[in-house]
Each structure stands twice: as structure tokens, then as C-alpha cells.
Design a protein around this ligand. Structure first.
Ligand code: ZN
Length: 172
């Protein structure tokens, strides 16, 4: 579990302990019963979820299917606003290169060094990189849609272990 996931779940747990009314953390539906402890307890986190999510989890477990926190509504990326889709790609390329390479390099290192949690780090990328439209952890590439094309930033690792960045404009 990444630091971001832990922080969000701890905050959620505190709110649930205080019996705060909330939407279902797993599916986002406003169908949680009162009091909170009469709802289903998730099988993968110490968190109450709605009855239909409880049934879904138990069904998945019964079928030996992996169930993951990364699809939970409460863990979805809170995407900051961006006007990249209205700007020309050369402007977006300049902005990304000037303002987002540090954040992307950070996410690249996390995904490379801890690939089992890449899916969770991916969510962080969408929160720290406004305008990001797609991200592939392996091989690592980030895409930003612009008005007349898209900007793609690729990362590899050099022989001495340092991140190597390659940014350019791709077809629409
Ligand atoms: Zn639910």
C-alpha cells in the first residue's frame, strides 16, 4: 500500500469511527445505512462499504478473483483543472517540460523501483500532473492531449541508473 492510499484510508477510517454520513467508499453510491457499522465490512481494508459492494467482494472472493483498492471511488485521482486540450501541442510541450518533469521523474522512479504498486502511483501522477491524459508505467510514458496533437514524455534508465527523459509531439 502506498503512502497516499494509507493516508486516504486512515482519514476515511477516522470519519467512519465518528459515524459520519458518507457515500460508499468503494462504489461512490449514496446508499450507506445508518448507523455505519450495520453496513458490510470490506474484506481488503478495515472500512465499511455498502451492502452491494460487500456482496460483490464476497462473490469475487468466492471466484478467487483478485479484488483491488485501486478501483475504489475514494481512491480515484482528484484531477486538477487544465486547459491543455485547448492549447497547441508546442505550447503544451514547453509547459510540461518546464513545470512537470520533476513530478514525472518522481513517479517514474516509484513505478520502476516498486512495480507491484505501479497502479497506485499512476493515480498520484494524475493528481500531480495537470493535463495528463494517459500514463503507462512499463515502459514508462506519459501523454498529454493538446488541441492539434499530443505530447508524449518517455522515461528510460541509463546504464548508470539515472532517468533519461525524451519528450516530443506525436500525431493526434
Ligand atoms: Zn458500494
Amino acid at each position: 500500500m502506498t503512502a497516499r492510499t494509507t493516508r486516504i484510508l486512515l482519514d476515511l477510517k477516522a470519519r467512519q469511527d465518528a459515524d459520519e454520513h458518507m457515500v460508499c467508499p468503494r462504489c461512490g453510491a449514496d446508499n450507506m445505512k445508518h448507523p455505519l457499522h450495520t453496513n458490510a465490512l470490506s474484506r481488503i481494508a478495515d472500512i465499511y462499504i455498502c451492502d452491494s459492494c460487500g456482496s460483490a467482494e464476497s462473490m469475487l472472493e468466492h471466484m478467487n478473483q483478485q479484488t483491488s483498492l485501486t478501483s475504489w471511488d475514494v481512491l480515484k485521482a482528484k484531477v486538477p483543472p487544465s486547459d491543455f486540450k485547448a492549447r497547441p501541442a508546442d505550447e503544451v510541450l514547453e509547459l510540461v517540460t518546464k513545470t512537470q518533469l520533476d513530478a514525472l521523474t518522481h513517479i517514474f522512479r516509484l513505478c520502476r523501483d516498486d512495480p507491484a504498486q505501479a497502479e497506485e502511483y499512476r493515480l498520484e501522477a494524475f493528481e500531480s500532473c495537470p493535463g495528463l491524459t494517459e500514463l503507462w508505467p512499463e515502459p514508462f510514458a506519459a501523454k498529454y492531449q493538446a488541441a492539434d496533437g499530443s505530447v508524449v514524455v518517455r522515461f528510460t534508465t541509463s546504464a548508470d541508473g539515472n532517468p533519461v527523459v525524451e519528450a516530443g509531439i506525436a500525431e493526434k
